[in-house]
Design a protein around this ligand. Structure first.
Ligand code: WT7
Length: 677
């Protein structure tokens, strides 16, 4: 035990004690209107019918040229879907809806300040704005098919407009979460090789207008130092024509989009006929090492999978008003605010601010005002809303037919509040388990077919065949109550194609451990390792227990411990850093940071603050530690490894186990006194 590094498995064992909950049935009313009620879908998508089953999703899209090979495995595990097909994602999300829906809202924008009211962008307006901006990107910024462009934008309608304009041109967008720092943005600019950065001058968050342009200056400066020149920064304005940021514009580099757009009034851009397997976008996510991974998502496969799952799992009809509260800067927003919903002509809500601003009723007023009937959010938001206003939802007159939870395991108690209070016992709930890498849902119930079970995501999606392995690679049978590493036996169209520029890391991280033959071109030999621990019940429902690697899930988002530790090491005085997850009532987990100092430096509150601030500026506020503990020494094994398991036990007030074999067991008591008082 002593030589073993800390993993989340101990956490996982605790989670097993949740026990299996009883089923909840969807209402007759929901089933009567649902998009998918045919139970034979599970047979149609069985392993025997793989991969041809996915034709059903591909046929939800319009193709310039129909594909001739559904799955090309010749370069396994870099799988290519719908080979030979030609398609454009923007055309599928915008143009093709104009005949029937041009006057229907595509995007309901909700600014955070209440007095600004609502904006309703129709499909026609979306078409116009996307075309004009695509013309600008092509003719003014010189972007063309295959180029990468970094976006660092908040939750404003210009973000989906920018993404769709890129998709129209075949330009690969890489949107960086708006709350990330200039440094984090710079790293992604460099890795993706972007020479254009698209940003916004300012946005609202919790009542203040935040100067966002300053991050662009930092990002461009740092990217330049790392060898990637950004020659144009395109700045959308929160209030067109009005300065909302005091950060100056760099002459010949920075341009206000509104000014330049005037030259493109009325412009129309022919959508590029992309190969199905051409990349559509990159989405960076944290891994076990410091460097974030650029998950590369393809065009045809990604769009088919998100359209299909938006229809069957989200149950979106063109007449619904669908609100996913996630940020478009994460994969959830790409798949289930923008591409999936718009591909099937949804009306999708984009909310700028925080759900609890200015009070606990805001989210429910938005739902009531817009007539939202499909609601999608994460356990962290549900916990926050429940905490500050448990009786708020019943005061408002909205009616949800369907609700989603995503991002981390949801405690059955929180699930039940969501069901009873937010859904008013009328909404069907889906707990969707998936990842940045997977593009779309892996496990979930199909809401009108399978009952709900609090705390369980449900069975594998149609066409997704999970399998749980133990550390030796033996299958753990369902119903045994034993946790293991959950993998997916087969590829699927939404799956990422590779890590941008690093195929080896892609293979190593996700396939090497359980690959049956590294030379094989059979998909059967390449189970996909998700990195999560899970238990599968007898009924095939999957309960996710958390990550097995060094990744902390904070508010439903992955932060690499190495990433945070390297940020801490930027501080001159810091010699060693170790990050561990601490349970948090609302965020699920929070990082606790332990640092030791170089000789000659003294532990002070100022220094702890400096370390904490550095993490905010290097990564973003989301990574800010709960507490920075400056310790004399780290608990270490005799071989010199930091014992994160021991630190985690101390931070979480748990038994630290046997520490007698450590190189320095006496430090444990000392740290314990400091942390636990
Ligand atoms: C990790 C992926 C999927 C979009 C948001 C997060 C955890 C995700 C669930 C769920 C339990 C979940 C997993 C996964 N996770 N959804 N419904 N139940 N855990 O994307 O940042 O790539 O994180 O989030 O641990 O591996 P991400």
């Amino acid at each position: 035990m002593a030589e073993k590094e800390y993993t989340e498995t101990s956490e996982a064992q605790i989670a097993v004690h949740w026990g299996e909950e009883g089923y909840y049935m969807p209402s007759v009313k929901f089933i009567a209107q649902a998009n998918m009620t045919d139970e034979t879908i599970y047979d149609r998508f069985s392993l025997d019918n793989f991969p041809n089953c996915y034709k059903e999703y591909a046929d939800m899209l319009d193709w310039y040229e129909y594909w001739d090979e559904i799955l090309d495995t010749s370069d396994a595990p870099c799988f290519k879907w719908f080979k030979g097909g030609k398609i454009n994602a923007c055309y599928n999300c915008v143009d093709r809806h104009l005949d029937e829906y041009k006057n229907k809202t595509a995007i309901h924008f909700v600014p955070e300040p209440i007095e600004e009211g609502y904006q309703h962008i129709t499909y026609q307006e979306l078409f116009v704005r996307v075309n004009e901006f695509a013309a600008l990107l092509r003719d003014f910024a010189g972007l063309k098919r295959g180029d990468r462009v970094t976006l660092h934008m908040p939750m404003v309608p210009e973000l989906p407009i920018t993404m769709l304009a890129c998709a129209r041109l075949g330009v690969i967008h890489s949107q960086v979460f708006g709350g990330f720092s200039g440094r984090a943005c710079a790293d992604r600019i460099v890795d993706s090789g972007s020479r254009v950065l698209i940003t916004t001058d300012a946005y609202y968050r919790s009542g203040s207008l935040i100067d966002h342009k300053q991050n662009a200056d930092i990002a461009v400066d740092l990217a330049g130092k790392d060898g990637q020149t950004v020659d144009k920064v395109l700045v959308w304005q929160r209030y067109p024509g009005k300065a909302s940021s005091s950060t100056p514009m760099a002459d010949g580099r920075d341009y206000f989009v509104n000014d330049v757009l005037k030259d493109y009034y009325g412009a129309r851009v022919e959508p590029e006929k992309m190969n199905a397997e051409d990349p559509l976008f990159l989405m960076y996510t944290s891994g076990t090492t410091g460097k974030p991974k650029g998950c590369q998502h393809g065009t045809g496969g990604f769009l088919a999978y998100t359209a299909g799952t938006s229809k069957y799992v989200q149950d979106i009809h063109p007449t619904d008003v669908y609100w996913c509260m996630a940020d478009i800067g994460w994969i959830t927003g790409h798949s289930y605010i923008v591409y999936g919903p718009l591909a099937i002509a949804a009306s999708s809500v984009v909310y700028e601010g925080v759900p609890t601003y200015p009070d606990a009723g805001r989210a429910w007023r938005i739902a009531q005002d817009l007539g939202v009937n499909i609601f999608h959010t994460a356990p962290t938001a549900i916990r926050a809303l429940r905490k500050i206003g448990p009786d708020e939802p019943v005061k408002y007159n909205y009616e949800f037919k369907h609700m989603t939870t995503v991002g981390e395991p949801i405690e059955p108690e929180v699930w039940k509040w969501y069901y009873e209070y937010v859904g008013k016992k009328k909404a069907a709930i889906v707990d969707t388990w998936w990842q940045t890498e997977t593009g779309g849902f892996l496990c979930s119930t199909i809401p009108a077919i399978k009952p709900m079970k609090p705390g369980s995501a449900g069975p594998g999606m149609p066409g997704i065949h999970p399998i749980v392995y133990d550390d030796e690679g033996n299958e753990v049978e369902p119903g045994k109550g034993i946790a293991g590493n959950i993998c997916i036996q087969n590829p699927w169209p939404g799956m990422f194609q590779t890590i941008w520029g690093d195929r080896d890391r892609f293979v190593d991280t996700y396939f090497a451990r359980y690959c049956k033959d590294p030379k094989s071109t059979n998909w059967q030999d390449w189970p996909y390792m998700t990195g999560d621990a899970a238990v599968v019940a007898e009924d095939g429902y999957v309960r996710i227990l958390g990550r097995i690697d060094d990744v902390i899930n904070v508010s439903g988002h992955r932060l690499g411990t190495k990433e945070i530790e390297s940020a801490a090491l930027v501080v001159e005085e810091v010699a060693e850093a170790a990050v561990i997850p601490v349970a948090h009532e609302i965020k699920g987990k929070e990082p606790d940071l332990y640092v030791s100092l170089k000789p000659g430096y003294e532990a002070t509150d100022e220094l702890a603050k400096k370390v904490s601030d550095t993490i905010s500026s290097e990564i973003g506020k989301i990574a800010k530690p709960r507490k920075v503990w400056i310790v004399k020494d780290m608990p270490k094994t005799r071989s010199g490894k930091i014992m994160r398991r021991v630190l985690a036990a101390i931070s979480n007030n748990k038994d630290e186990g046997d520490v007698t074999t450590l190189a320095n067991p006496e430090i444990v008591e000392e740290i314990k006194k400091m942390v636990q008082g």
